[in-house]
Design a protein. Structure first.
Lengths: 314, 259
């Protein structure tokens, strides 16, 4: 039960995802090292990423939540950035720089408070020629944005359709796990015309400083990423793979090639890596080399052989 | 790493707007030039250079530092770190020049001290707006020669740090460490580039830090994409050739702002 179109010639880890040619299946996740064009290029050049997703860009400049905005825990990371971004007119030159100086696809992550704002941002960035758009309907800690939109299937469908109407490149929709049934949101994105879904954004979380009683994050609570969320992501991807026709891009707690393979076996057509850049920027090369060695060792002729494999093992 | 609870043990008034806060925790393996994230609870968390293993030296400049200045001995704040890359220590017998602009002397004091402890000679060039704003003058004097510039001429050369630097023989030094306001660092950078000594110079940059731990990318510099919080804050002169230093930085939203 392979989801990717058959008959495509490729060797091991090179492949095509929603029409984008990737040199490997590792993608920089949104919100990580994606504020500047130069940083995105560095993740491709030195990091070895197969593609990069920008910081989420909205209609107006936002400074985000006060610090602390990110802390490392034993089991992962907790963050509440608050969608800081320079607005699409100011980000245009960063996206242009990334496109001109990177040989890997650059995906623009965007957000808005309603379908028309999403469309406005997408249209505004389109002339900078992003290879695809990723719609952030899943940030767990920005009032009126992100998950406030992404937990309602009707709005997700409307937002997706509004962006699809104004762009001529693939549209991915990034989903929040903070809902009772992620597949209903995934179905809504698919109905709206999404070319892929990305799962998962961070899981709601909080930490408190026991010396003072203050919540540690400036926003008081935020989203959990890193190792702790990987099993949550694997289950969401597994369910979405069954429920949807379009590809599922996996994200959440991937920090090794083993994590990436596991996510692909759950149904991920590619994996995004975020928090793990904390340890090393070249984590992408390390993961893709590891996947390639695994495929060779196990005798898989092609990466698509492992995508969704767990569904067949009954 | 969650913020540790640092209790203030002593406060020293260094100059009208600058105070040193000693706390009850020693960062034993701290490298001069590294920074900590100082969490003034309920207000904000801001990066601060360590002036020693158990102290930060702070200029009152915004909301968080103003709140910090209201704290007394026995009060506490949150502390994470030390983070980032520090200055390169000299070898025994080498000569070091530190060039400080104002509060930029903070990370350079422990660097000069560590250099002397390593058997090197450490001289300092201190620039400030006037004599009362000179920071750590006595402590640098205890280590080696001190050259001074003040904007108003109240002490030393009248002018900027770079004006005093022009008369020094920079070629005689094995390592040059620079920290101060961006314009001051940019003018020092140009002079050192002219004198062809950039490869032995290091600069400590400041940019808006969001996460402070190398993940979010808010502090990346152009065109290298290096993160000031993790790949820096100390960069070699060579790393900064053709960079945004002295031209622009980015604000909390990521918009470019002219220096």
């Amino acid at each position: 039960m392979q989801k990717l179109p058959a008959g495509r010639k490729r060797s091991y880890v090179m492949y095509t995802l929603t029409g984008l040619k990737l040199k490997n299946p590792t993608i920089l996740a949104a919100g990580v090292l994606g504020t500047t064009g130069a940083s995105l290029c560095r993740v491709v050049r030195e990091g070895g990423a197969g593609a990069v997703v920008t910081k989420s860009i909205g209609p107006a400049p936002k400074t985000g939540h006060p610090n602390p905005s990110m802390v490392k825990l034993d089991c992962g990371f907790l963050n509440a950035m608050g969608l800081p971004n320079p607005s699409y007119p100011a980000f245009f030159q960063e996206l242009e720089f990334a496109k001109k100086n990177s040989d890997a696809p650059v995906i623009a992550s965007i957000f808005g408070g309603n379908p028309s704002e999403f469309a406005e941002v997408a249209e505004g960035l389109l002339p900078a020629k992003p290879d695809a758009f990723e719609l952030n309907v899943s940030c767990p800690h920005a009032e009126g944005y992100g998950a406030a939109i992404g937990s309602n299937p009707c709005i997700v469908e409307a937002v997706t359709a509004a962006v699809k109407d104004v762009v001529n490149v693939p549209v991915w929709v990034k989903l929040t796990p903070n809902v009772s049934d992620i597949t209903s949101i995934g179905n809504a994105a698919e109905s709206g015309g999404a070319n892929a879904v990305v799962a998962i954004n961070t899981v709601k979380g909080m930490a408190i400083d026991i010396e003072s009683g203050y919540p540690i994050l400036g926003n008081r609570s935020g989203g959990l990423s890193g190792k702790a969320v990987k099993p949550v992501a694997v289950k969401c991807i597994y369910d979405l793979y069954t429920a949807l026709e379009i590809p599922v891009i996996g994200v959440g707690g991937v920090s090794s090639w083993e994590d990436a393979v596991e996510m692909m076996m759950a149904g991920a057509a590619a994996v995004q890596v975020g928090s793990a850049v904390y340890d090393r920027v070249d984590i992408f090369s390390e993961i893709s080399t590891g996947i390639e060695a695994f495929l060779k060792r196990k005798g898989y002729s092609d990466i698509k052989k492992i995508i969704g494999l767990a569904h067949e093992m009954v | 790493m969650l913020p540790l609870n640092a209790t203030i043990t002593q406060i020293i008034e260094e100059s009208p707007l600058i105070r040193t806060f000693f706390f009850d925790h020693e960062f034993e393996d701290m490298k001069p030039g590294q920074f900590v994230m100082v969490w003034v609870r309920g207000v904000d968390e801001v990066p601060m250079g360590l002036s020693g293993k158990n102290s930060i030296t702070v200029q009152k400049i915004g909301e968080a530092t103003s709140k910090l200045f209201e704290l007394k001995e026995g009060d506490s704040f949150g502390l994470r770190g030390p983070f980032g890359k520090g200055f390169t220590l000299p070898a025994k017998g080498e000569k070091v020049l530190v060039i400080a602009g104002g509060v930029g002397a903070v990370p350079l004091l422990p660097y000069a001290e560590a250099s002397c402890a390593a058997g090197a000679e450490a001289n300092a060039l201190l620039g400030a707006r006037s004599s009362e704003y000179l920071l750590f003058e006595g402590r640098f004097e205890a280590l080696g020669k001190v050259y001074i510039s003040t904007d108003d001429g109240s002490k030393g050369v009248k002018g900027f740090a770079v004006d005093a630097l022009k008369s020094l023989n920079v070629a005689a030094y094995d390592r040059i460490a620079v920290c101060g306001p961006e314009r001051m660092m940019a003018s020092v950078f140009s002079l050192l580039e002219e004198r062809k000594v950039l490869e032995k110079a290091e600069f400590s940059l400041h940019r808006y830090f969001k996460c402070g731990i190398g993940v979010c990318g808010a502090c990346c510099i152009d065109p290298s994409g290096l993160r000031v919080c993790k790949d820096g804050p100390v960069f070699s002169g060579v790393q900064l050739i053709g960079s945004e230093l002295g031209k622009y930085s980015r604000d909390a939203s990521g918009r470019r702002v002219k220096i």
